[in-house]
Design a protein around this ligand. Structure first.
Ligand SMILES: Cc1cc2nc3c(=O)[nH]c(=O)nc-3n(C[C@H](O)[C@H](O)[C@H](O)COP(=O)(O)OP(=O)(O)OC[C@H]3O[C@@H](n4cnc5c(N)ncnc54)[C@H](O)[C@@H]3O)c2cc1C
Length: 359
């Protein structure tokens, strides 16, 4: 085996998880090879990249939300500076109440001193500050935005290629040879493999025991019709069950559906129809938008909605960094720092994401 084919880590998957972990490991001086099958089942390439620290109808936040947001800011800003183009865009989110019950959940928020920076002004029923239908009212959220994921992954693919750290191809489970302290796949040898292969880890002979709950989703790209007035379409992210994200003044992303019964990444007519119908209920002027394209992907979601980080209980050469569900853009930057600490310094992983919770 020539030294050039011997790596510290073979990373399977160049989605957001594999890419950011590779970025960090290479900056720590590790020799890394990322193997990706041309994004055949990529969730990252489909995602809108929305960052929402108060997700779900109860507006719950993670205990470490500020650490996550700080890592979001630091990580994507550093990458943007190196690339010379912005990958992260902060945009306020208009949150529309969908049911009366949400008044109660919202009423609890002002009492939470730690999240006041996330909360903006409330507005009464029928008086939203944007051209949307808000029969129950709502409020503005701060520290929301989105990551331009396809552009970021393209930049990171080029950067990895420059480091001789990216190879096109699929890892075949049956061909992976594990010996004491080493793995081999074809002519690649490494001290360890890190699986960042999205929902396909559920078919893994080593990590398939983890309770994945893959969540297929469809998403649309829309554009403003010629002549649509700037004040007729929203300039903030609108979240009223489905969400609408303005991306450049003319184009919008509308998402997304959730389906736990299929892992098909082909968009369907029914999915598009469902999203368009929800949009018609959301906007004052839905006729000002037209459909450009539909896409679908499978979120690597998990049964307890927490990620899967750690090392295989029997094979210390095998690691996993996965399970970011619908919130990869927000969670992957901070968790990739924790994974790095675990791999390089054996610092304990956060209990909520450590896979030993299933031992
Ligand atoms: C419709 C939709 C909308 C979404 N919207 C958002 C959003 O607004 N905000 C947000 O934060 N998240 C969103 N997500 C979720 C987000 O996509 C994920 O959290 C995140 O991108 C997961 O990244 P990952 O790197 O773990 O997995 P992936 O992006 O799926 O990457 C895995 C990679 O591994 C490759 N691979 C798999 N098996 C192999 C193999 N054997 N050999 C080689 N390569 C392999 C795949 O092809 C892929 O390129 C959305 C997802 C969907 C489907």
């Amino acid at each position: 085996m020539s030294e050039s084919n011997f790596y510290d880590y073979l990373i399977v998957g160049q989605g957001l998880a594999g890419s950011l972990l590779a970025w960090r490991l290479i900056h720590e001086g590790k020799k890394v090879l990322v193997l990706d099958d041309a994004h055949a089942t990529s969730s990252s390439m489909v995602a809108a990249g929305v960052i929402n620290p108060l997700a779900g109808k109860r507006f719950n936040h993670a205990p470490k939300i500020h650490a996550w947001l700080d890592s979001v800011e630091a990580t994507y800003t550093e990458l943007s500076e190196v690339a010379g183009k912005p990958f992260l865009q902060w945009v306020d989110m208009l949150r529309l109440f969908r049911e009366q019950e949400q008044y109660r959940y919202h009423a609890r928020l002002p009492g939470r001193k730690d999240i006041q920076d996330l909360l903006g002004a409330s507005f009464p029923p029928g008086k939203p500050p944007q051209p949307v239908n808000a029969p129950l009212g709502g409020f503005t959220q701060h520290r929301t935005g989105y990551v331009r994921l396809p552009a970021l992954l393209k930049f990171l693919a080029n950067w990895l290629r420059e480091q001789d750290a990216l190879q096109l191809g699929a890892l075949d489970h049956d061909s992976l040879k594990i010996t004491d302290g080493q793995v081999a796949h074809g002519n690649i040898e490494a001290k360890g493999v890190i699986f960042c292969d999205g929902y396909r880890s559920m078919d893994s002979p080593w990590f398939g025991y983890l309770p994945f709950a893959p969540d297929q989703g469809e998403i649309l790209t829309l554009q403003a019709k010629p002549g649509a007035g700037a004040d007729e379409l929203p300039r903030m992210i609108i979240n009223g069950g489905v969400w609408l994200l303005p991306i450049d003044g003319k184009r919008f992303r509308l998402g997304s559906t959730h389906n736990h019964d299929t892992q098909d990444n082909r968009p369907s007519k029914a999915g598009a129809a469902q999203l368009l119908e929800s949009m018609r209920a959301l906007l004052d002027h839905p006729d000002r938008l037209e459909l450009l394209c539909s896409e679908a992907g499978v979120r690597p979601a998990t049964s307890d909605r927490q990620p899967f980080l750690g090392t295989h209980p029997v094979h210390p050469e095998l690691h996993i960094f996965n399970g970011f569900g619908a919130h990869g853009s927000l969670m992957i930057p901070w968790h990739s720092e924790r994974m790095l600490d675990w791999l390089l310094a054996e610092k304990p992983l956060p209990e909520t994401s450590d896979i030993t919770r299933f031992n």
